[in-house]
Design a protein around this ligand. Sequence first.
Ligand SMILES: C[S@@+](CC[C@H](N)C(=O)[O-])C[C@H]1O[C@@H](n2cnc3c(N)ncnc32)[C@H](O)[C@@H]1O
Length: 283
Amino acid sequence: MSFDPNAHRDASLQSWEEAASGWTRQQGAMREFSAPVSHWMIDAIMPQPGERVLELAAGLGETGMLAAELVAPMGGVVVSDQAETMLSGARARAVALGLSNVEFQVLNAEWIDLPVASVDAVLCRWGYMLMADPQAALIETRRVLRPGGCLALAVWDAIEHNPWAQLPGAELRERGLVAPPAPGTPGPFALGSVEEVRRLLEKAGFAEIAVETIGLLRRHPGFTDLWETTLDLSRSFHDAVLSRPQGEIEEIEQAVRERFAPYEAADGSLEVPARTIVASASA
Ligand SMILES: C[S@@+](CC[C@H](N)C(=O)[O-])C[C@H]1O[C@@H](n2cnc3c(N)ncnc32)[C@H](O)[C@@H]1O
């Protein structure tokens, strides 16, 4: 079946609106796990007091809020996402941090509702690979950046470097509960190549492109935490598993537990590797 971008956009929006509660539950763990990536991105854009920063596909706005502290008091951050429920979580985080220089905007990053050259920097962590047309989104990103403004992004590296997602996905595929992603279609690992990220940035007209990878570790006190985290963060896994009868859910959980056994320490805790691509570029 050929890829229908509008059907993808509708399904993605619905799925992420539903994912916000799980992401909010995992917010603290995600913050800790992803800190090296957020800090790489913030170092890349070097936010200066008074600047205006845009975060795209922001989810709960964790990365944008790090920038908000640096551009205060005269500068500000626009935290944006397609999903209103994600932005509700982001608003709560801004209140908790006492930030008064953050605005929130529901928008699709493929057509950014902001004027030409209206921001100094753009952040987008784990967003572009999920979009129907990442190339269009990068061209839009460059349009809203002032000349010389900086973009910092992260996308997941290829799935074989990310067993935290590869192992649960393999279990569901072998059971016929999910289909393998069609090549060239959006998904968490769709831009998992340093060369592809560089090519897309060049084609969008960016200069001074730097692309590298960062290794991360997902730490869990035990398998139950890993299982609950996966259900909270992956809507496709959640829907495929929880639509099955109770007995089968327990079987799947046991099978996934066995797949992760190589990462389990004697005390039952787990450390599962992850690898992300990060890139910076100048408009
Ligand atoms: C994997 S989450 C990442 C959230 C956040 N950036 C982080 O790193 O924690 C992906 C986010 O991208 C958003 N998203 C996906 N496609 C989008 C699009 N075309 N435009 C705007 N947001 C989009 C989703 O709604 C979701 O909140």
